[in-house]
Design a protein around this ligand. Structure first.
Ligand code: HEC
Ligand code: HEC
Length: 292
């Protein structure tokens, strides 16, 4: 029997199709719009704080502005944080809300290019439309600052298109989905996993720098320093109140104050959370104690 060659067409086309899917940026939503509503802007300012954007995007020599320039050291080189003030040329002034949302959740620039995961977009991927738009709306009201961050210092082989493969692989290392059946813990999970991106530092990474989801919060190395585990096993002795106080002032149950990069997380991020959101994080991280 003679085979019909066309039956093989889908097979031949599938690697090409896979490549297209891998590189094709997700569409830019035209349904999202920045808002100048006072309530949205206040919420956006709060979320930018809770999201820890200032830890990385604060201006070198201009701490009050989100004009960037800091060099983030990593195993893969030094990544210089860009300007996210609304300057049209050196910042995000010309961006639409859809472009902003795609950058935050998919790590793709307005032109479709790949961001490096030194920008924690994999954590921000779970942010709601409402929260992303509120953050972008508030950033757009800031004083534009003209500043271009220096180029990244990455090895020659680390080119942006390589991140297509990284993104695909990272998808296989997602933490398992969980149902909590408790609103406060649910909110805490959103703050820990998405907005507060605690796993970016506390979850161990494999040799490609992908956080290993089934070892979520099991502790890691960060530029040669040890980042403690904050999973159920490690937090065995911590109560809800211990955790709450820690997020506010950095005091641990053993009476020591935390040091290192966590100091900044406390100063710029968790100490400025609302009481409700701090409680939510504490409830999420100490939920295992509620089961005993
Ligand atoms: C851990 C450090 C870090 C944190 C935290 C962080 N960013 Fe970034 N961000 C980066 C880096 C690094 C880049 C550039 C990545 C690249 O060049 O590929 C970036 C890029 C961006 C871009 C793209 C800018 C451009 O010019 O293309 C936007 C928008 C952005 N970040 C917004 C935010 C917001 C909003 C927050 C807080 C919710 C945030 N980032 C938190 C490190 C960070
Ligand atoms: C920029 C990296 C970074 C991020 C983001 C981060 N941490 Fe940390 N964290 C650290 C480091 C580093 C330490 C260890 C500090 C030290 O040496 O005292 C630490 C320590 C801690 C400790 C103390 C653990 C112990 O047993 O001593 C807790 C609890 C903690 N972090 C919770 C969190 C939570 C909750 C979040 C998210 C809201 C978070 N961290 C986000 C880097 C980070």
């Amino acid at each position: 029997m003679k085979s019909n060659v066309w039956l093989w067409a889908p097979v031949a086309a599938s690697p090409a199709l896979a490549a297209v899917i891998l590189f094709m940026p997700p569409p830019i939503s035209d349904k999202l719009e920045f808002s100048d509503d006072a309530e949205t802007l206040a919420r956006g300012e709060y979320l930018v704080t809770a999201g820890g954007c200032v830890s990385c995007h604060r201006g070198v020599g201009n701490e009050e502005a989100f004009s960037g320039g800091l060099g983030l050291e990593s195993d893969f080189g030094v990544f210089h944080v860009p300007n996210i003030t609304p300057d049209a040329e050196t910042g995000i002034g010309g961006w639409s809300a859809g472009e902003f949302a795609r950058a935050m959740r998919h790590g793709r620039s307005p032109s479709g290019g790949f961001y490096f995961p030194s920008f924690p977009y994999r954590s921000y991927a779970g942010l709601t439309d409402e929260d992303v738009v509120a953050m972008g709306s508030w950033l757009m009201t800031l004083e534009p600052v003209r500043f271009e961050a220096p180029a990244h210092e990455a090895p020659w082989w680390l080119i942006r298109p390589a991140i297509a493969g990284w993104n695909l692989l990272a998808g296989f290392y997602q933490p398992p989905a969980e149902e909590f059946g408790d609103e406060l813990v649910e909110r805490g999970a959103y703050l820990a996993r998405n907005l507060g991106h605690c796993g970016e530092c506390h979850t161990p990474r494999n040799s490609l720098g992908i956080p290993v989801g089934n070892r979520e919060f099991a502790g890691a190395e960060l530029g040669g320093d040890t980042v403690e585990a904050i999973d159920a096993a490690a937090l065995g002795e911590w109560t809800f109140d211990n955790f709450d106080l820690f997020l506010l002032i950095g005091l641990k149950p053993d009476g020591e104050f935390v040091g290192g990069d966590m100091n900044e997380v406390i100063e710029y991020n968790t100490s400025r959370l609302s009481d409700g959101d701090r409680d939510a994080l504490a409830a999420f991280f100490t939920r295992h104690r509620r089961e005993d």
